[in-house]
Design a protein around this ligand. Structure first.
Ligand code: SF4
Length: 180
């Protein structure tokens, strides 16, 4: 077996393990966060898919951003994301992360999360029910298994573009440099 093939097999095994072990940092920015505890209860039992909570960014694989983001909160979310270790993924939860949702014309919320952080998958709805949350996670798992959950890579490659967008809305930018 050549090196290329053995690397492929290693990647398949790694991605298989990763997709079944998703430690989630749920950043409850909006009202939709109320559906997350329900998703973890015995009725829906998200843990059977390998989805469970993480206490800190350093332990987390997934940053779950549950709803609208004010520009003030955005700064904390960026800092949180940048403290997470690779491999890491972002889920945008609820319509507010996609187009601003019912806050689309608010003066102090962002409208499209993907302009500021690399979203791997969105969960549509206002607010998405636990079934939709699990469906979203299964979608992420499929991307991970296929080696296509590349948000973190996209973030590194396009950091200047993300930084410019972030600094446009966050006026008092005092943040440590992103290093990985
Ligand atoms: S999508 Fe709906 S439920 Fe979620 S944060 Fe926005 S308004 Fe709240």
């Amino acid at each position: 077996m050549n090196d290329k093939n053995s690397q492929k097999i290693v990647d398949v095994i790694k991605n298989f393990a990763r997709k079944h072990s998703l430690f989630v940092l749920a950043y409850g920015t909006g009202c939709g966060a109320i559906e997350i505890p329900a998703t973890m209860t015995s009725r829906y039992d998200a843990e059977r898919f390998g989805i469970r909570g993480a206490a800190t960014p350093r332990q987390a694989d997934v940053l779950l951003i549950t709803g609208y983001l004010s520009t003030k909160t955005l700064k904390r979310v960026i800092r949180t994301y940048e403290q997470m270790q690779d491999p890491k993924y972002v889920i945008g939860f609820g319509s507010c992360t996609i187009n601003g949702g019912m806050y689309w014309d608010s003066y102090n919320t962002i409208k499209l999360l993907d302009m500021y952080l690399p979203v791997d998958i969105y969960i549509n709805g206002c607010m998405p029910r636990p079934e939709a949350v699990i469906e979203g996670f299964i979608g992420l798992q499929k991307l991970i298994a296929a080696g296509k959950a590349e948000g973190a890579k996209k973030y590194k490659e396009n950091l200047d573009w993300y930084r410019a967008n972030q600094k446009k809305v966050i006026k008092n930018w005092v943040m440590p440099d992103y290093n990985w």
